[in-house]
Design a protein around this ligand. Structure first.
Ligand SMILES: O=C(O)C(=O)C[C@]1(C(=O)O)C=C[C@@H](O)C=C1
Length: 68
């Protein structure tokens, strides 16, 4: 975790950015698949699911950042 130079820090940041991009693209393929199972506008929007996803992201994010 501890880096010895700015270059080293940026290498890690670049690697993580690439991983995030790949994961978001991968997530996108599942979102497209989810749409194929949906039969209504409400199912497409799935507002309860959106709230649940956002809540989970916030909770996970807070717990990660609050660690000493
Ligand atoms: O869970 C679903 O029903 C999805 O289609 C996935 C997803 C998402 O990106 O998480 C996408 C669109 C909907 O608005 C809700 C959630």
């Amino acid at each position: 975790m501890g880096c010895h130079s700015l270059e080293e820090v940026r290498e890690h940041i670049n690697r993580i950015d690439q991983e995030i991009i790949q994961l978001i693209a991968q997530r996108g393929t599942y979102v497209v698949q989810a749409s194929t199972f949906k039969k209504s506008e409400d199912a497409v929007q799935a507002p309860k699911r959106v709230k649940a996803v956002i809540t989970k992201v916030r909770t996970t994010s807070k717990s990660l950042w609050s660690k000493p």
